[in-house]
Design a protein around this ligand. Structure first.
Ligand code: HEM
Length: 285
């Protein structure tokens, strides 16, 4: 869909990386033994990127790498929407095809979209979800989408979902306003904003009830599920060097002790897809 761009990621190709710190609130410490969610502040790196494999389209997604005190890392990869467009890896190609812009009208062909939804009614809501156009990276919420399993000191397992909530509050552009912005307006705006003050997000955790499904990233749990704030991410400045971060492989399955993968097949599949993408771009393919 994005064409071939040797040396770049197959998805989320364009990026800007920033230095940050993450300070846990302590509220998560009774639910998981994960080191960055206990008491001490850890350093973090945040990579904001666009969501496709074209290196020059606008930016929308962040990945946060927490640098733990034992020298290891753990990643949290997120998007500006709460649901993924497929329930399984096999299903992923179907909406991608259905939503592909028609070469003449540059919009998805509505007849094809309707036919797709008719054949896959459980994906109707995700196909219809509007991508928000944030005023700023600092005013967007970001969801990690999949369920993860937290494990406490007694070995008790609890499914959770992650969301970054901007301290500045959420604000969006209309399509008409967005049409006046450059492709890189979010990155440019964040650089300008950081010259005056840090940008902060709260890490909000939604806790599952016993019957909440953990295997389907195209669904969400009810809004009224209990939430806790696990900590505060403060982005302070651009990373000293961009290129080394760009050649890194971030991966949502890089979890740390106290966090496990759920039974979501899309999450399991991403481990392989990201490794393969990294291998190929390392070879400049
Ligand atoms: C079957 C499902 C998926 C496939 C096959 C897939 C594939 C990929 C690939 C190949 C990359 C480039 C990796 C690299 O070269 O390092 C990537 C990056 C990315 N994907 Fe996915 N993805 C999937 C699902 C998702 C979901 C559910 C999310 C939502 C959180 C997501 C968010 C991202 C983000 C934010 C990046 C950029 C990561 C970075 O900055 O390094 N993807 N994806």
């Amino acid at each position: 869909m994005s064409g071939r761009h040797p040396g770049y990621r197959r998805s989320s190709a364009r990026c800007a990386c920033f230095r940050a710190t993450f300070t846990p609130s302590g509220a998560a410490a009774v639910l998981t033994t994960a080191a960055h969610l206990q008491a001490r502040t850890v350093a973090a790196t945040v990579r904001f990127s666009n969501s496709e494999g074209k290196p020059h389209t606008p930016d929308t997604a962040p990945v946060t790498r927490f640098h733990l005190h034992d020298g290891s890392d753990t990643d949290l990869v997120a998007l500006t929407v709460p649901r993924f467009v497929a329930s399984t890896p096999g299903e992923f190609l179907l909406p991608t095809e259905a939503l592909r812009p028609d070469p003449v009208i540059h919009q998805p062909d509505l007849a094809r979209v309707h036919a797709f939804v008719g054949a896959h009614p459980h994906l109707a809501e995700v196909v219809a979800q509007q991508l928000p156009i944030p005023v700023s990276y600092a005013s967007a919420a970001f969801w990690a989408i999949h369920a993860f399993i937290w494990v406490d000191v007694a070995g008790v397992r609890r499914p959770v979902r992650y969301r970054w909530e901007p301290e500045a509050g959420r604000s969006e552009l209309t399509a008409a306003e967005a049409a006046t912005r450059t492709a890189h307006y979010l990155t440019d705006e964040l650089h300008q904003r950081l010259e005056h003050a840090p940008v902060a997000f709260e890490l909000r955790i939604q806790l599952a009830e016993p019957d909440d499904a953990t295997h389907d990233p195209s669904t969400v749990w009810p809004d009224h599920r209990k939430e806790i704030t696990a900590g505060r991410l403060e982005i302070t400045a651009p990373a000293d060097e961009q290129d080394p971060w760009n050649t890194q492989a971030f991966n949502p399955t890089r979890v740390t002790s106290g966090i496990q993968l759920s039974d979501d097949p899309v999450l399991a599949f991403r481990a392989h897809a990201y490794a393969e993408s990294h291998l190929r771009r390392s070879r400049n393919q």
